[in-house]
Design a protein around this ligand. Sequence first.
Ligand code: ADP
Ligand code: ASP
Ligand code: MG
Length: 402
Amino acid sequence: MRIIVQKFGGTSVSSEENRKKVIEKVRIAINEGYSPVIVVSAMGRKGAPYATDTLLNLINDNFKYKNKLAQDLLMCCGETISSVVMCNDLYEAGIEAVPLTGGQAGILTDNNFSDAKCVKVEPKRILDIISQGRIPVVTGFQGISESGYLTTLGRGGSDTSASLLGVALNAEMIEIYTDVDGIMTADPRIVKDAYLIDVISYNEVFQLADQGAKVIHPKAVEIAMEGNIPLLIKNTMSDCNGTLINNFGDRKHKRVMSGITSQGDRIQVSITKDENKENTKYNDILELLAANKISLDLINIFPDKQIFTISKEDRKLLENILKKANLKFNIIDECSKVAVIGSGMKGIPGVMAKIIKSLSDNKIEVLQTADSHMTIWCLVHSKDAINAINILHKAFSISSTI
Ligand code: ADP
Ligand code: ASP
Ligand code: MG
């Protein structure tokens, strides 16, 4: 049995016309001798009647935060409607399909509502449906906890469902269909000249996704990588070959940069030794914040100061903790972390120099930097982020060398 998992995102299933394109992709797979397993997201984006964000607007924030179980049950409705509607359209096209919730498809999770982790996949029901010559249409984003509650896998989690099923079914390929031609060097909504990447490694895409590129969920990349199942990102609306994601990446072209992305809503916190001379808690700051589950990054410790960034969401909590400890601190609000990613930058001198020069030539203030073997981060004011991404994209996309 040659199984292929085909996941269709929100825009792909949003209208009857788009779902016709979905059916074309399913037919191609069948004609190539595959048994397709379809995974669907909720129909449409924010504002569409059954989109996840629209459903979330039906309940109040206070209720939401205290009743994650109820929130998950509500969010599950979007994908549930989508899978039934998709089966309806497949039926009309003469293809027999069976809608399945995440739980019915065998995705078992922990009880961590709204960000549940899969503990096991039991794909027997899917295999039975396939052996009857029918097509399973699984609701993405969902699982069931061991105590029987419906759970969701984190926003954007239908990609995760596709990878979980792809690995459990030992699929030949996991296809992720969306509204762009594949993984591009930057979000095409931000960088007009962003171009398609034909082949890229799991590691690079994981890093891109983890650092803000919304095109695929980082967990989906991680799961497919662990199962060594190739991922193919494609456009439902075009016949473009898309982007193949595998272990090796692009062995033909030597690129320094594979992609640029950014994360907004960061704040930079700096705490100087001088301002906190008498305070013994100065050396315990990182521990104190960790104990309160505040996640830090771009951490730089100098002899005379400590600098790091946190999410804007944690600002109030951080202020309370530091004030309680009588620590004086400075904050720069509205920051964005721009990441230049590429396995080709390893060992190549001058990448950071080029980044800094390009940004400073264009009068963009760099508040902080950090680097790893395949990523360089620059913290900039959010008002400069789009400009910074475009400048860096231009600086790195023309030539493959420094
Ligand atoms: P879906 O509903 O199909 O899951 P998403 O909105 O989650 O679609 O992801 C697709 C979007 O990801 C694109 O419309 C694009 O704007 C955005 N995106 C961000 N970074 C990139 C990138 N590097 N390459 C391609 N698309 C990107
Ligand atoms: N519908 C869910 C969301 O909007 C899951 C997904 O689309 O992947 O987050
Ligand atoms: Mg998505």
